[in-house]
Design a protein around this ligand. Structure first.
Ligand code: SAM
Length: 243
């Protein structure tokens, strides 16, 4: 990037998105997570590229979560950015639980950048999800260790990997080491094809560590099409055994 850094560009884009949403009547969005998620998509489509989890890919994850038995109670998200997918997880949980989300159903989403933490929290609140979707600032691995040691997360139904790709595998293995997965838990990852997370992909495709007592996965690559018509993959890995 030439005249200014990538994080300056993201901060400018975040400020524009804030203006785009909060200049509209709040009644459009209040208590309406899908309206907030769709508005972020509209902004990205009309105002320029943003590194959000795109609609077609979200539909793949939505189908998996909606079919999950028992229904998802704890979702971890690695990489909040402006909160598009975090709000969407809340919207999906509302659909699953018929609007009345039980108190012990939570999304924990991790983000390094304080500007994004602030914007995503405001959008989550606007959508009426502040009791369900929690943004934790700092390195994801540290936030997860704290959630675990304080007893706030004891089991994980779905982990979504959408932060910097070099952390996908270590953070997946951290979830394993903390013994948070159950049979049927899902690990869903964006960008495994581009920019690519080869070590993560190799690991889940191989089924995991492959040693006694380790988590075993079955992993499928779902191909969607980007707006430009290019193939774009979501990797869905299901925990099929814990030993
Ligand atoms: C691709 S964006 C996430 C997009 C978001 N899931 C969405 O669909 O709107 C990646 C985000 O991950 C954050 N990030 C990268 N590495 C991280 C880490 N180790 N811990 C927490 N956040 C991280 C970045 O600051 C960036 O905002």
């Amino acid at each position: 990037m030439s005249s200014h850094s990538m994080s300056d560009t993201f901060a400018e884009r975040a400020a524009q998105l804030r203006e785009y949403i909060f200049s509209q009547p709040s009644s459009t969005f209040e208590n309406n997570p899908w309206a907030v998620a769709n508005a972020i998509d509209d902004f990205a489509e009309t105002q320029g590229r943003m590194m959000i989890f795109k609609k077609k890919k979200l539909e793949v994850a939505q189908a998996q979560l909606t079919a999950q038995q028992p229904a998802p109670r704890t979702i971890l998200e690695f990489g909040t950015f402006v909160g598009k997918s975090a709000v969407a997880w809340g919207a999906i949980l509302r659909d699953i639980y018929g609007g009345d989300i039980p108190e012990d159903v939570n999304v924990y989403t991790f983000e390094l950048d304080p500007v994004m933490v602030s914007l995503s929290r405001d959008l989550i609140k606007l959508a009426g999800l502040q009791d369900v979707v929690h943004v934790l600032e700092g390195p994801a691995s540290e936030s997860l260790k704290k959630l675990h040691s304080e007893g706030n997360v004891t089991s994980v139904d779905m982990a979504f990997f959408d932060h910097w790709e070099e952390f996908y595998l270590p953070d997946l293995q951290l979830i394993e080491d903390l013994k948070l997965f159950r049979v049927g838990s899902l690990a869903i990852a964006d960008n495994t094809d581009f920019p690519g997370a080869p070590d993560y992909l190799k690991y889940v495709k191989a089924g995991g560590r492959g040693v006694a007592g380790s988590v075993k996965y079955e992993s499928l690559s779902f191909a969607t099409k980007s707006q430009q018509g290019k193939p774009s993959v979501v990797e869905v890995s299901t925990v099929v055994a814990l030993a």
